[in-house]
Design a protein around this ligand. Structure first.
Ligand code: NAD
Length: 256
């Protein structure tokens, strides 16, 4: 028996990085998964990789998470392909590393749109599809930067903090309505995915990882599966009494 046997999951930003690792992990544990991404070719390739190991479990759909109409269509497609929906992982996101003075307004709006508006749209439109297939679980990928500020990540801090509290509002709404849908957020620190490329500057990948690791009490950056395992737990019924909560995956950073 897999830990999420029979679950039907929709994962955004699943063409690479944490979304891809999460889709693979959920499929490994018995779920059907729809990999949604703005990068349709990447989502298809990642789905094929899953299907090569677990035939028939993965589907791909094109979705720009900032587009309201695309959300509606992608969810409809996922529901018809998988036979329903009861897990939503709002994972797609972009970085945004500058100070409040150096962030231009267009960048601020872009980061808020991709990192925060997307989660609002996903929750807003997925819940109705999830209710008939409850129990369900919404997992929103925030960041440790949604809980702890940095001087040079104004927009990212703001967007990820919005995801943190929105997840709790969704949890309380679903509980009050008796939907049997839980909502929680996940807060990783640096994890070795392509998103780190934007931080490397003149450094090599290894130099960057070593530099980042020095900020982490455990002395290393995370691996994608460190996050995928937490999402697996929250997606499964093992976490059936956990809602409106957050899991920090930060090697001890927030304990300092
Ligand atoms: P990544 O850049 O490797 O992957 C992000 C994926 O999102 C890509 O496949 C990309 O095509 C997709 N995407 C971007 N914009 C999109 C849009 N508008 N619509 C649909 N898809 C879109 O990043 P990652 O490291 O895997 O990050 C995943 C999530 O985890 C993000 O929300 C990120 O903020 C968060 N996070 C990552 C880290 C880290 O260090 N890797 C740490 C904390 C939080």
């Amino acid at each position: 028996m897999g830990r999420v046997d029979g679950k039907m999951a929709f994962i955004t930003g699943a063409a690479q990085g944490l979304g891809q690792a999460t889709a693979m992990k959920l499929a490994e544990e018995g779920a059907k998964v729809t990999l949604a991404d703005i990068n349709e070719a990447g989502a298809k390739a990642a789905a094929e990789e899953i299907n090569a190991k677990y035939p028939g479990r993965a589907f791909a759909v094109q979705l720009d998470v900032t587009q309201e109409e695309q959300w509606k269509a992608a969810l409809e497609q996922a529901v018809s392909q998988m036979g329903g929906l009861n897990v939503l992982v709002n994972n797609a996101g972009i970085g945004g590393g500058t100070t409040v003075e150096d962030t231009d307004f267009a960048t601020w709006k872009k980061v808020m749109e991709v990192d925060a508006d997307s989660v609002f749209l996903g929750c807003k439109y997925a819940i109705a599809h999830m209710v008939p297939h409850a129990p369900g679980s919404i997992v929103n990928i925030s960041s440790i930067a949604g809980l702890i500020a940095g001087h040079n990540m104004a927009a990212y801090n703001a967007a990820k903090a919005a995801v943190w509290l929105l997840s709790k509002s969704v949890a309380l709404h679903c509980a009050k309505r008796g939907y049997r849908i839980r909502s929680n957020s996940v807060h990783p620190t640096f994890v070795d995915t392509p998103i780190l490329d934007g931080m490397a500057g003149a450094m090599s990948r290894d130099e960057l990882k070593q530099k980042l690791a020095r900020q982490v009490p455990l002395g290393v950056v995370g691996e994608p599966d460190d996050v995928a395992y937490a999402v697996l737990f929250l997606a499964s019924d093992e976490s059936k009494f956990i809602t409106g909560s957050e899991i920090k995956i930060d090697g001890g950073i927030s304990a300092m």
